[in-house]
Design a protein around this ligand. Structure first.
Ligand code: KG4
Length: 351
């Protein structure tokens, strides 16, 4: 089954064709980073206007690269939340119109579900029987959470950030260091050759405090990055000069280390606490080299297999949306078409 996926939840305008949930026939993305860079973050008005301008061309590109046409695809999948309302609406309206005009099913997909599915979208990916129950670390610019997946379409959020997301912490850190936007890749580059132990930045909610809950989550499995950002700001203010050269690399390496450590620490706690067959990491921040190394080392130490998504599918893309949609079709759960976008859509069980 070939599904055309559309994604426009933030600042990537994307379309892709995926066969049977795993084989990526095309993955077209227009990244708006250059448009938002002067503002140091995503400007919703600029994002939605660019989705309007670019989406038709990106859909054509995805179909052409896959060697498909509107007639030959079997269904259309679209992100309907969470994300920026004005951005989601562009992809959603396009998908709904196409589905009606072509008389093909429309499958609504949760953006986070797409990220979580992306680790299965490679040739050597294991089957569901081999991986569940699985722990997912979802780390993007807008969200950081630990999710227990007992099967396809079964989600239990174990912990979440109580303030900034990991990607947001990197973006804000890069802004404090005047490195540019988006912060994750620039901090990684600046950190090369730096000493990750040069500055001891906080890991947020670091101490183990059993029996305490934040909202409905175990405090030990929650993240907090706002103190880290403030600590960086204070560190830089206390210097009597702008950091550069080796000093800048040391600060960037220490900051990146704190983010990667904070994330890995919670994964380790969850692996200790629950009976888990495998764990995964997805979302834009999962591209981070240090985080990948730390998670790989944790997998070797615990013997619990780690699934990472292919680099091309870590940041926002439509292939993961088409892939996740296929799971709903395969399990006969793609029955209700969404009527509207939901910017605050939560991960919910559909199995
Ligand atoms: O998943 P994504 O494309 O968008 C959201 O859904 O939010 O993730 C974007 C985030 C940004 O915060 C960016 O700084 C971060 O992913 N990112 C990275 C790297 N590449 C992108 N963070 C750390 N290291 C990277 N190499």
């Amino acid at each position: 089954m070939k599904i055309l996926g559309l994604e426009s939840s933030c600042d990537e305008t994307a379309a892709a064709v995926v066969e049977d949930g795993r084989v990526v026939l095309s993955n077209a993305i227009y990244s708006q980073i250059a448009k938002h860079r002067p503002y140091g973050g995503v400007v919703p008005e600029i994002a939605s206007r660019n989705h309007v301008a670019k989406l038709p061309g990106i859909i054509d590109e995805a179909l052409e690269a896959a060697g498909e046409t509107y007639d030959s695809i079997d269904a259309i999948a679209v992100t309907y939340g969470p994300g920026l309302a004005s951005s989601l609406l562009i992809g959603f309206s396009a998908a709904k119109t196409l589905a009606q005009r072509l008389n093909k099913p429309l499958i609504g997909v949760n953006h986070h579900e797409g990220h979580l599915h992306s680790v299965f979208m490679k040739e050597d990916a294991p089957t569901e029987d081999e991986v569940f129950p699985m722990l997912g670390l979802m780390v993007s610019g807008g969200d950081s959470s630990l999710i227990m997946m007992r099967g396809v379409g079964q989600y239990e959020i174990l912990g979440s950030t109580i303030d900034d997301a990991a990607g947001e912490a990197l973006d804000k850190g890069a802004s404090v260091l005047k490195l540019g936007y988006p912060g994750g890749p620039i901090i990684q580059k600046t950190a090369e050759g730096g000493d990750p132990q040069a500055v001891r930045f906080p890991r947020g909610l670091e101490s183990v405090d059993r029996g305490k809950w934040i909202y409905k989550y175990d405090r030990n499995l929650c993240f907090s990055f706002s103190g880290l950002k403030t600590s960086l700001l204070t560190h830089v203010k206390n210097l009597d000069h702008e950091p550069e050269g080796q000093e800048l690399s040391d600060i960037a390496a220490s900051y990146q280390e704190a983010v990667a450590d904070a994330l890995t620490m919670r994964v380790e706690r969850a692996l200790d606490q629950f009976d888990i067959k495998s764990f995964s990491c997805a979302g834009g921040v999962s591209l981070n080299k240090v985080l990948r190394e730390k998670l790989t080392a944790l997998s070797e130490k615990t013997g619990v297999p780690l699934l990472l998504c292919p680099p091309s599918l870590c940041t926002d893309n439509a292939a993961m949306i088409a892939g996740a949609a296929y799971e709903k079709v395969r399990l006969n759960k793609a029955t209700e078409e969404p009527n509207d976008v939901n910017p605050n859509l939560r991960l919910e069980n559909w199995q």
